[in-house]
Design a protein around this ligand. Structure first.
Ligand SMILES: Cc1cc2nc3c(=O)[nH]c(=O)nc-3n(C[C@H](O)[C@H](O)[C@H](O)COP(=O)(O)OP(=O)(O)OC[C@H]3O[C@@H](n4cnc5c(N)ncnc54)[C@H](O)[C@@H]3O)c2cc1C
Length: 473
């Protein structure tokens, strides 16, 4: 059920007691803003950038609050042989939207890698499906872009447009409803109190504040979902060869979760290996050369051998892999080039969960990105969904401005919720089912899923349809 915010009762964030006590000691009047965006991750920055790019929403008074220091993103000067381990595959639809706002031009293109082929296979049965733009699909399958590259480009875009008040290194410490001082009634307006002591009243408060969204808590919007009991191990790898020519993404479904090798410029690639927390800890503890061998094993050895190595071998994975590889038939066309090294300090892991908020809107509140939904990374869709939210919310706010509506009223925000919620819900459900379907070695399930994969693989028309649908998100 959608919560309402008609009450003027003080609402507090679920913060430690001392912070809650501070939150109740309101003093000075807040400054008034049309839009306050909490969160300077890719979703929050995208929204700020698009609102400033539109002639209709440009005059709005907008502030963006980010707890972290944005200076490293502003001054980002990476070297060509070093890539961040946080990389997202952006669909052509997401990139086209960022191009339309002008932000994509400020993303460092030499660090973005498109790919035209994708090999996906079942690590238990060996059934496989190949996607390739040679099937007649309209564009590249996706673009691998470091999150830093995107946020740095978005920040440059926002700063070149001017007019957005950015407060970084500043946390939102509490959110309450405003008061009525006789001249101005802010009782239905959220007022955020920042760690600097500054207070801002928002006609529209946007939660782009990630999975643990304080804005969502303030709005009393419930989320549903579960933890997967899996971690995503990420790393930047250097592969054999020069990496020239057309690129392909590879994903193999192992019973503990998929392992994916996604292309980056030159001989580099980014790894996302979803596995148990125990395996993730074991992988992280390996010496670099053993980690590289474990990754190669993940793509080339039988799932039983991979399980054995990751569960039991803490040293000497290189020899263990070399020995087992001799006795394993590998279809070299299906697997990525072997990894030869791992970038220093690039191995990290993130707990994976599925969450979906019951609503994306409440009176004077909208949620976007991970604040509204978290999805398993196996389909690389989390940020693409967030960019879809941004596109839809910006369009909704623009329409409200054009028609003289109150941009914070639930009625004005409804089109955003209606456009995004169901679409996201379906995708989250499909990804969740895929995770479950491939997380088993049960013979009948493996037989049925392999039949499905083989059947789809045989139908070029259906594959083209799937690719076009995925690309347009
Ligand atoms: C292993 C892995 C691989 C992934 N791969 C892909 C992929 O290939 N493609 C894809 O589309 N997606 C991918 N994703 C998902 C993607 O990374 C996320 O969906 C995306 O980063 C979320 O962006 P966001 O801006 O919504 O949230 P965040 O990036 O979490 O940003 C939220 C921001 O809010 C700030 N904040 C929070 N609370 C406060 C506060 N109180 N005050 C001030 N600031 C606050 C935080 O500091 C943070 O900067 C992947 C995720 C994982 C874990």
């Amino acid at each position: 059920m959608r919560p309402t915010l008609s009450t003027t009762t003080l609402r507090r964030l679920q913060l430690p007691f001392t912070l809650r006590r501070n939150a109740s000691t309101t003093a000075s009047n807040p400054s008034i803003y049309d839009v306050v965006i909490v969160g300077g991750g890719p979703a929050g920055l995208s929204l700020a950038s698009v609102l400033r790019s539109s002639a209709w929403t440009k005059p709005l008074k907008i502030a963006l609050i980010e707890g972290m220091d944005l200076t490293p993103a502003r001054e980002w000067k990476p070297t060509p042989d070093n890539f961040s381990n946080r990389v997202s595959s952006l669909t052509p639809g997401s990139v086209a939207f960022l191009q339309s706002t002008g932000a994509w031009d400020l993303v460092k293109q030499e660090r973005v890698q498109s790919y035209k082929g994708m090999e996906v296979w079942d690590g238990v049965s060996g059934s496989a499906i190949s996607f390739n733009t040679a099937l007649g699909s309209t564009s590249d399958i996706a673009y691998m872009c470091e999150n830093n590259n995107l946020t740095s480009g978005l920040l440059s875009h926002i700063e070149s447009l001017g007019g957005i008040e950015i407060r970084d290194k500043t946390r939102v410490e509490s959110i309450t409803n405003g008061t009525d001082d006789g001249t101005l009634d802010l009782t239905s307006w959220p007022v955020v109190t920042l760690s600097s002591g500054e207070k801002m009243a928002a006609r529209l408060l946007v939660g782009a504040d990630g999975a643990n969204s304080p804005v969502r808590t303030f709005a009393e919007i419930e989320t549903r979902g579960w933890d997967y009991g899996r971690h995503g191990v990420v790393a930047t790898l250097k592969l054999e060869g020069t990496g020239e020519g057309e690129k392909t993404a590879y994903q193999r479904f192992l019973p503990t979760g998929p392992i994916a090798m996604l292309p980056m410029p030159g001989p580099y690639a980014t790894l996302v290996w979803s596995t148990t927390p125990q395996h993730a800890a074991a992988l992280k503890a390996l010496a670099p050369e053993d980690f590289v061998a474990a990754v190669n094993a993940g793509f080339r050895l039988s799932h039983v051998d991979v399980e054995y190595i990751v569960s039991n071998v803490t040293k000497g994975v290189v020899d263990e892999f070399a020995w087992r590889e001799q006795n394993t038939a590998v279809d070299e066309k299906r697997v990525p080039a072997k990894a030869v090294s791992v970038q220093e300090k690039s191995v990290a892991n993130f707990p994976l969960k599925m969450r979906h908020a019951d609503s994306y809107i409440a009176e004077r509140v909208a949620l976007i990105g991970d604040a509204a939904h978290s999805v398993h990374p196996l389909a690389g869709q989390g940020l693409n969904q967030g960019i879809g939210d941004v596109r839809s919310l910006a369009k909704t706010v623009e329409y409200a401005v054009q028609h003289g509506q109150d941009i914070g009223a639930v009625l004005s925000l409804e089109p955003y919720f209606e456009e995004q919620y169901f679409k996201n819900h379906v995708l989250i459900g499909v990804v969740d089912k895929l995770h479950k379907l491939y997380g088993t070695t049960s013979a009948p399930v493996v037989a049925v899923r392999s039949l499905g994969l083989d059947a789809v693989n045989a139908l070029d028309g259906l594959k083209k349809f799937i690719m076009d649908r995925a690309a347009s998100r």
